[in-house]
Design a protein around this ligand. Sequence first.
Ligand code: ATP
Ligand code: MG
Length: 137
Amino acid sequence: MEKTFVMVKPDGVQRNLVGDIVARFERKGFKLAGAKLMSIPTALAEEHYGEHKEKPFFGELVDFITSGPVFAMVWEGDNVIANARQMMGKTNPSEAMPGTIRGDYGLTVGKNVVHGSDSPESAEREIGLFFQQEEVL
Ligand code: ATP
Ligand code: MG
């Protein structure tokens, strides 16, 4: 069964949005396969966002994602990778549709509440970065 990596970012945890975001995925019908509250070490943040290393916002991105606890999750289900991206909405919350997580809760592209893997390759890579095999049920 397809799996994806979803993470409530530090702004979402601080604003007490973990429960709402978990509930959206549960109600949709996806199965929770792994979850933990954690602080991201700088090296892990740099590896996770490695594709953006050359971007001007890379430093800010790493600073932000390591600024407080995140809630890391693995969700499972048919087409969950693409579906999770749809449920999250566009990267820039000001362009994200109402009804999506970013559309409902975000204001700026830097603090956009949630992360979700963008492809099967990313999902496998990111689950492996954040979870030990035995933590994914
Ligand atoms: P994520 O990878 O966090 O799920 P995404 O896949 O929708 O988001 P990416 O293009 O991978 O978007 O960008 C990663 C993150 O970098 C975004 O979530 C956002 O917080 C930040 N980011 C993207 N573009 C910008 C920008 N122009 N200025 C500042 N931050 C940005
Ligand atoms: Mg991305």
